[in-house]
Design a binder for this molecule. Structure first.
Ligand SMILES: Nc1ncnc2c1ncn2[C@@H]1O[C@H](COP(=O)(O)OP(=O)(O)OP(=O)(O)O)[C@@H](O)[C@H]1O
Length: 787
């Protein structure tokens, strides 16, 4: 890239060289002045002096101009280039910026030697330039020649295929962040593809960096434009020639003051929503070591990162929607360390990646069914403890592996025609290890080997990005484990978000530039349109009929049971009356049996009280015939009633028996239906005996509690469980369930999940299956060779 040298600047400015007028020149000098470009380093010091004088002159002129009116002064400040602001903000004592492309700064160091630093300012952004490189000598900046961008650049908010606008971060009065109309952003061809959204996050300057006198080389303007400024020693001529100021534009750029919540809501919140609708989503953090990837993804206890906020959001949303259907959440967490894949939730032998028609599969990866945010948090914490982290020179807690957390959400609901709609969304949250220079980290063998492997996989990632951008047919995913696992995120049907983390420190300029370069490249990757992974599980006609019949029979059964209970209650009352009649011939004694004793004075002669049976069994005639006849009649009535109840009981029992037999028969039939347990062929057994009768009340005929045992008000809910049922706390006696035939991160969800029978499958699990978390010794389940 062309960089203005001092000689070029002199030529370009057409200013008379002050040296020329002040002293007579020899022929040689004159020749040199006539051909200043022949050797740019020749007479460098003289030229520098001339340039300094020129600068002083212009400075005075500008000061005079500024003094002319305050208005002019204000305009000047407004039109100052962002990078100049940056220099001012990064170091307060920074000198005023200079009217040339190449600027100098003289700093007295501790050793009292003079070091001249040179930095190059990037050009102001243009509408169609995705990256502006400082040009040649014809583009010399003057004080007010850097117009601010008045309109949003073309790298505008892109739309996810899920249909929503990309949320723009709050603008601080910037015009450039306004949403651009859809017509400007999406063409017809874009409708079938979706682009990777790329965000940049700048971390704050670390304490150590501040103490070392580092300077800030990044400035974020309008929450989208990133200006990168290079500082260099002026004596480093070779470097000087290559100095570049750079400007990039992304979907959003986050300054160092941005909160975790803001990063989450701008980058990932929409993705979570789409995942709940059955789409796939991936978020990955990319950047140099110590740039803040893990902080962005995991965060701290006080400032939780994207992973934590996404999980919380996910469960909140599920809870709100739980009445609509049945959500099941599965979780897996793996790392790629030194080119081997390891299960972070259940560490053991390295996992083997397999590619089949369902995508890339890590054979043996454990998937846990999660019921609550707390449970996922605990799993996450456990996984992170197992993750390989080592202190390096660049970062005290450097992640030495790429970590992939995958959350699979399965959503089931019955439609009006008794079909089951099954949607599966996958969210992959990826914290990549940092790209690094060997010297920047460590030269010890293990660390450098790790670094080499990290770099190798990141190199493979950049090759894939390149191939995807260039539209090549062959994408070299197989070059590393990481790219194999990211295959779906990069080239599959997936809404993908990349967060590029950068450091503000000028010592990391190279890494920052590299990160921004690849992030800029990634913007051009087009993934396949992300469709909803929906499957309608069509229930055969016969099955539907059977299901309906079963439901009707169950309803009838319940009604009969309630009737039976009523009759039994009546019988009890009559039996009590009969007993009373046997014990005492007077109606009052019958009543006394049914009522608690009220007399506190046993010797007192009791007054006859009107019986509640008066007007019912005891007629005026019976009174006349006497007590014996009344008892006889009562007995007769009781016997008749008993016989009737007995008959009804028999009828009901035989009814119930018949219906139970029928239910059993139907259930057996449904179980025999092909594909009932699995999912092959699209024919699913959705109505099972277990699913239809989970809430079937157990009839208790104990007379003490006839109503409570029957619970006739409890609805027949079918297979969809109530929210409380799904979210109840795990039982401590839970048994470990694992998927030995599972999906891995980024494999196509529908095919993968639907095509596989897993041990912890949603349907096959008992309702309210307990969590792994509370299983005793869960965290310590390690194979022998790990102990
Ligand atoms: N936005 C931020 N706000 C405050 N501190 C941050 C931020 N980003 C990063 N840090 C701090 O910077 C340090 C390095 O960050 P982090 O460990 O996340 O880097 P990394 O990119 O994951 O590095 P590596 O690739 O080596 O794992 C940490 O101490 C972290 O707390």
């Amino acid at each position: 890239m062309p960089v203005s040298t001092r000689s070029q600047i002199n030529q370009g400015q057409n200013e008379p060289n002050p040296l020329e007028s002040s002293k007579p020149r020899s022929d040689q000098e004159q020749n040199h002045a006539n051909f200043p470009l022949r050797n740019p380093h020749h007479g460098l010091k003289e030229k520098m002096k001339a340039l300094t004088q020129l600068y002083e002159k212009q400075k005075q002129a500008s000061a005079a101009l500024r003094n002319q009116s305050s208005k002019t002064d204000q305009e000047l400040r407004l039109t100052t280039h962002p990078s100049v602001e940056l220099l001012g903000s990064c170091k307060k004592e920074e000198k005023e910026w200079k009217p040339s492309h190449v600027m100098r700064e003289n700093n007295n160091t501790m050793h009292n030697s003079t070091i001249t630093r040179t930095y190059v300012l990037p050009q102001p952004p243009t509408h169609d330039a995705k990256e502006n490189v400082v040009g040649g000598n014809d583009k010399i900046l003057s004080f007010t020649s850097c117009p601010r961008k008045a309109k949003a650049s073309t790298a505008v908010a892109r739309r996810l295929s899920m249909g929503g606008h990309v949320p723009q971060p709050e603008s601080k009065g910037a015009e450039g962040t306004k949403n651009v109309p859809e017509s400007e952003t999406t063409s017809a061809s874009e409708k079938h593809t979706s682009r990777i959204l790329v965000f940049v996050r700048l971390r704050p300057m670390a304490k150590k960096e501040k103490e070392a006198g580092s300077r800030c080389c990044v400035r974020i303007v309008n929450r989208r434009d990133v200006y990168l400024t290079e500082f260099a020693n002026e004596n480093d001529y070779l470097r000087l020639k290559r100095l570049r100021g750079r400007h990039f534009t992304f979907d959003a750029s986050f300054p160092d003051t941005t909160s975790q919540q803001e990063v989450y809501s701008t980058t990932t919140a929409e993705l979570v929503e789409a995942v709940l609708q059955g789409r796939n989503g991936s978020v990955f953090c990319y950047g140099a070591t110590g740039a803040g990837k893990t902080y962005t993804m995991l965060g701290t206890l006080e400032n939780p990162g994207v992973m934590v906020l996404a999980i919380k959001d996910l469960f909140n949303k599920i809870r709100k929607r739980s009445c609509d259907g049945n959500h099941v959440v599965h979780l897996s967490y793996l790392e790629v360390y030194n080119e081997s894949v390891r299960d972070l939730l259940s560490p053991g032998r390295p996992l083997v990646l397999r590619e089949d028609k369902q995508g890339i599969v890590a054979a043996g990866l454990t998937q846990y069914r999660a019921y609550s945010t707390d449970e996922v948090m605990a799993l996450l914490q456990q996984g992170n403890q197992n993750r390989t982290t080592e202190p390096t020179r660049a970062n005290e807690t450097s992640s030495r592996s790429h970590a992939i957390l995958q959350v699979v959400i399965e959503y089931r609901v019955k439609d009006a025609s008794m079909n089951v709609v099954n949607r599966i969304g996958k969210l992959s949250l990826i914290d990549l290890a940092g790209s690094e220079r060997a010297l920047a980290t460590d030269q010890r063998t293990v660390r450098s080997l790790e670094g080499a492997n990290i770099n190798r996989s990141l190199l493979a990632l950049s090759s894939c990005i390149n191939a995807l951008v260039e539209g090549k047919k062959h994408i070299p995913y197989r070059n590393s484990k990481l790219t194999q696992l990211l295959k779906d995120s990069l080239g599959g049907a997936c809404n993908t978000v990349m967060i590029a983390n950068i450091s503000p420190c000028n010592l990391s300029f190279g890494e920052t530039q590299n990160t921004l370069h690849w992030a800029d490249r990634a913007k051009e990757i087009r993934t396949k349109a992300c469709e909803v992974n929906e499957e309608v599980l069509q229930v055969p006609e016969s099955d539907t009929d059977q299901a309906k019949l079963l439901l009707e029979l169950q309803k009838e059964n319940r009604e009969l049971r309630v009737q039976l209970a009523h009759q039994q209650q009546k019988l009890l009352v009559i039996q009590a009356q009969s007993l009373a009649a046997n014990a005492s011939p007077t109606p009052s004694s019958v009543t006394s049996l049914l009522t608690p004793p009220t007399s506190a004075r046993p010797n007192e002669k009791r007054k006859p009280r009107p019986s509640f049976l008066t007007g019912n069994c005891f007629t005026p005639e019976s009174k006349k015939k006497g007590a014996e006849e009344a008892v006889r009649e009562l007995r007769k009535t009781v016997k008749a009633l008993e016989a009737e109840i007995e008959k009804m009981k028999k009828d009901h029992t035989s009814h119930l028996k018949q219906k139970d037999d029928l239910i059993r028969e139907l259930s057996r039939k449904s179980e025999k239906t092909p594909g009932a347990a699995g999912r092959e062929g699209g024919t699913k057994r959705i109505v099972t005996r277990a699913s239809l009768r989970p809430q079937e009340p157990r009839t208790s005929l104990r007379p003490q509690e006839p109503r409570t045992s029957l619970r006739p008000q409890e609805p027949s809910t079918g297979e969809l469980k109530s929210p409380s049922h799904r979210f109840r706390s795990p039982v401590p006696t839970a048994k470990k369930r694992s998927f030995w035939d599972i999906t891995t991160a980024n494999s196509p969800s529908v095919a993968t999940l639907n095509g596989r029978k897993t041990r912890s499958h949603v349907i096959s699990e008992p309702a309210g299956a307990p969590s792994m978390l509370l299983q005793p010794g869960f965290a310590r389940q390690q194979p022998e060779h790990w102990k």
